[in-house]
Design a protein around this ligand. Structure first.
Ligand code: NAD
Length: 356
């Protein structure tokens, strides 16, 4: 086993790329990024690390059992951090099949590949290996006005996305209890920050606002989410990898509950101050309330006291400064956004496929 080698799935996505940038910058791990490059995968998010000798990219589907077994055999990693997923709730409503395929079959395939590699390890190497599964608070369903999701909350997923993530959490748990695989599960609240694909709430509103397009808010905008800056999430993931107890679940959240309308209003006032419209109108005038998403969960909020108490983690970024930084990042990174808007980031993917 190579004690400093990590496999990371989904490393070309929003959180995976933040995790890889963080690990390459602050640790001496060798990072192997396994990503299929779906529409959500963007290698431009890894431009800072692409030439680093400790970073390697492999284009592969996590549901490809032969490839996954081969990658474990080739790299002999100390751990795998599994982030690859279909992750957008609206897409899961329109086309759940890809969610079942990647989130359930893909996770099962990785668990089996990890297990057969892990059984070849001996002694302390076998004890030290980790399968870390990155999941969401959406598996717990919806909260009323009060209460928080803890690690003991019952699973009550309501969307095809959250149902497939819940199923994947259960598979990971079962591979620990049945086969002894040393797993870690993390359930995190909504992330935001640089490099997030513009179909998600915060970047969608920033980019629509800058383009003078409407800002669509579901229902009455009173749904509540608990927001966490992505760099706080990836620091938590590293801490759990290095110090978490196998077989345990850790909730991660920022104690930043906001209604969707509050978030959109705050984006509008940040844009008003950083880049006022040329028409003299305010960004808020672009807000449009649209028909609610079916099965839309009312409120998510995380009790993160376990990771705070056991591992000493706490978020560094409060929502106001994190949102300001995020809006500024989208203003400063037109090229990254433009490549997504005109589809050029996918041509880069096609180029890779031709090569490989
Ligand atoms: P994302 O959609 O930005 O990225 C997903 C990545 O996985 C993409 O690079 C995509 O190409 C890759 N991928 C998809 N299917 C694949 C397959 N079959 N094989 C290999 N790669 C594949 O997602 P994200 O927002 O970065 O989320 C990462 C993980 O964190 C997901 O598991 C998600 O459920 C979880 N999570 C996300 C949030 C959030 O707010 N974004 C919150 C909590 C947990």
């Amino acid at each position: 086993m190579n004690a400093k080698t990590l496999l990371i799935t989904g490393g070309a996505g929003f959180i995976g790329s933040a995790l890889i940038r963080h690990l390459i910058k602050t640790t001496d791990y060798q990072v192997i990024n396994i990503d299929k490059l779906t529409y959500a995968g963007n290698l431009a998010s890894l431009a800072q690390v692409v030439d680093h000798q400790r970073y390697h990219f492999i284009q592969a589907d996590i549901a490809d059992a032969t490839r996954m077994q081969q990658l474990f055999a080739d790299y002999r990693p100390a751990a795998i951090l599994h982030l690859a997923a279909e992750s957008h709730v609206d897409r899961s409503i329109d086309g759940p099949a890809a969610f079942v395929q990647t989130n359930l079959i893909g996770t099962y395939t990785l668990l089996e590949a990890a297990r057969s590699y892990w059984t070849t390890l001996r002694g302390s190497e076998q004890r030290q290996f980790r399968f870390q599964h990155i999941s969401t608070d959406e598996v717990f369903g919806t909260l009323g006005e009060h209460g928080l999701f803890s690690e003991a909350s019952p699973y009550q997923p309501n969307s095809p996305y959250s149902a497939t993530k819940a199923g994947s959490d259960h598979l990971v748990r079962a591979w620990h209890h049945t086969y002894g695989l040393p797993v870690l599960v993390t359930n995190c609240s909504n992330n935001y920050g640089p490099y997030q694909f513009p179909e998600k709430l915060i970047p969608l509103m920033i980019l629509n606002g800058l383009a003078g397009k409407s800002l669509p808010v579901y229902g009455d905008g009173q749904h509540i989410r608990d927001w966490l800056y992505v760099e706080d999430h990836v620091r938590a993931l590293q801490l759990i990898l290095e110090q978490g107890r196998p077989g345990e679940t850790y909730n991660i959240g920022g104690q930043n509950e906001r209604t969707n309308l509050e978030v959109v209003n705050q984006i509008c006032s940040t844009l008003d101050s950083l880049q006022p419209t040329t028409s003299g109108r305010t960004y808020r005038e672009l807000i449009q309330f649209v028909t609610d998403r079916p099965g839309h969960d009312v409120r998510y909020a995380i009790d993160a006291s376990k990771i705070r108490r056991e591992l000493g983690w706490q978020p560094r970024e409060d929502f106001d400064s994190g949102l300001q930084k995020t809006v500024q990042w989208y203003l400063d990174n037109h090229d990254w956004c433009k490549q997504i808007q005109n589809g050029h980031y996918q041509q880069q993917r096609l180029g890779l496929q031709e090569l490989g």
